[in-house]
Design a protein around this ligand. Structure first.
Ligand code: PMP
Length: 428
């Protein structure tokens, strides 16, 4: 049996962990079947408990952009570990990583490290509210900004996959301050500003969406958000948890040439360790404790091991000027070749791609621009079949049609060929 040990481990896990997993999408609930339990990873591959290897297109949901267990990150982190695990004091390393981040990310002078993308986004909106003295925020249907209360309103990613984008447990008081707009629809945002004059603290947006599958901003959309924020005294928050250090060293701000006021990071910034961060101009960051009254803290924030892994990863990326071109090219090849194969088979599909993020949607439609398009125009049953077919051919993509592929620099010709071979044998 293919997934024998994984099946046994999953059965056992379900007795002790809700759904057997510590993050819902991992349970394969929407695609069905047994999640594969992983024992180790290296380069482009992860290895399951039954001893099979897989070409990895999840890459821990984005962080492992230079491949798993990169030798330089490994040795730097092990060396750091020998000096102690956590101090709860300032360290020189935190200033070093902050200097690097502020030198490569546009429009930010200061950065605060946290432990996850959720914390980064949660703290970013608190800061925006404290800075503007306003309560309401605008978010887009299908965007995911972590699991803090304000964001679980028509959220993407796992929340969309499982059909509960509005989570019970979020109070109506909190929900009423989150205003919803449609991605790529500037008019929907304009209307909210007209209806809530002087009350909106910030717009938070995934500048390139990855949590409703990959949805690319239409020309003028982000520029329009920038103008609306400036005109209305609101802040523009870019959630670059996925796009940061992936779409360019300066993230989507650099790639798309749009200035945000606050930027949230996660994933790549920790090189596989639990790290998030938020950053802004000094004038905004000065509102944060201990300089200002907006409170935010963390026992393990700036943890030396996580900082070392992140700092080493960011330096590797920053010193390799060709890295983004390489992973973008790999993604382009995969997109073009997969599309060609599916077209030859007469399987209706559409792909969205920007940089090293892309998604295959099974649809007749060629315009997938927002959450509603993904939810109503795409065949998720076909996606599930496609997912299981790839998995049984040892190619591991995200187990949901509401996710993007994450391409790493460890994916080379051999892995591309293996992937295309798997797609070639896919039948509806
Ligand atoms: N924002 C975005 C855009 C994300 O993709 C994610 C996680 N997928 C988050 C925030 C939350 O990050 P974390 O899971 O690290 O809390």
């Amino acid at each position: 049996m293919l997934y024998q040990r994984s099946s046994a481990l999953f059965a056992d896990a379900q007795n002790y962990i809700p759904g057997g997993v510590n993050s819902p999408v991992r349970a394969f609930k929407s695609v069905g079947g047994t999640p594969i339990f992983i024992s180790k990873a290296e380069g482009a591959y992860i290895y399951d408990e039954d001893g099979r290897d897989y070409v990895d297109y999840i890459n821990s949901w984005g962080p492992m952009i230079i491949g798993h267990t990169h030798p330089e990150v490994l040795s730097a982190t092990v060396e750091q570990m020998k000096k102690g695990f956590s101090f709860g004091t300032p360290t020189e390393l935190e200033t070093e990583i902050a200097k690097l981040i502020t030198s490569v990310v546009p429009n930010v002078d200061m950065v605060r490290m946290v432990n996850s993308g959720t914390e980064a986004c949660m703290s970013a909106i608190r800061l925006a509210r404290g800075y503007t003295n306003r309560d309401k925020i605008v978010k887009f249907e299908g965007c995911y900004h972590g699991h803090s209360d304000s964001f679980l309103i028509k959220a993407g990613s796992g929340a969309a996959t499982f059909g509960n984008p509005n989570s019970p447990g979020v109070t109506q008081g909190t929900a009423k301050d989150t205003l919803l707009a449609e991605y790529n629809n500037l008019e929907s945002v304009k209307t909210l500003f007209e209806q809530n004059k002087g009350e909106i603290a910030a717009i938070i947006v995934e500048p390139i969406a990855g949590n409703m599958g990959c949805v690319v901003p239409k020309e003028g959309f982000l520029e329009g958000l920038r103008t609306l924020c400036t005109e209305n005294g609101a802040l523009l928050i870019f959630d670059e948890v996925m796009t940061g250090f992936r779409q360019a060293m300066g993230g989507a701000q650099e790639r798309l040439n749009i200035n945000a006021d606050i930027v949230a990071f996660g994933k790549v910034i920790g090189g596989g360790f639990p790290v998030g961060a938020f950053a802004a101009r000094k004038e905004i960051m000065s509102h944060l404790a201990p300089l200002g009254p907006v409170y935010q803290a963390g026992t393990l924030s700036g943890n030396p091991i996580a900082m070392r892994a992140g700092f080493t990863t960011l330096n590797i990326i920053n010193n390799d000027r060709e890295l983004f071109n390489r992973i973008d090219k790999t993604t382009e090849i995969l997109d073009i070749e997969i599309s060609k194969i599916l077209a030859e088979k007469g399987i209706a599909h559409h792909t969205n791609r920007l940089g090293s993020m892309f998604s295959v949607f099974f649809t007749e439609d060629k315009d997938i621009n927002n959450f509603n398009d993904v939810a109503t125009k795409c065949n998720h049953e076909t996606f599930n079949k496609f997912f299981h077919h790839l998995l049984s051919n040892q190619v591991y993509i995200a187990p949901s049609g509401y996710e993007t592929w994450f391409i790493s620099d460890a994916i080379k010709d051999a892995e591309i060929n293996k992937t295309l071979e798997a797609v070639r044998s896919f039948e509806l």
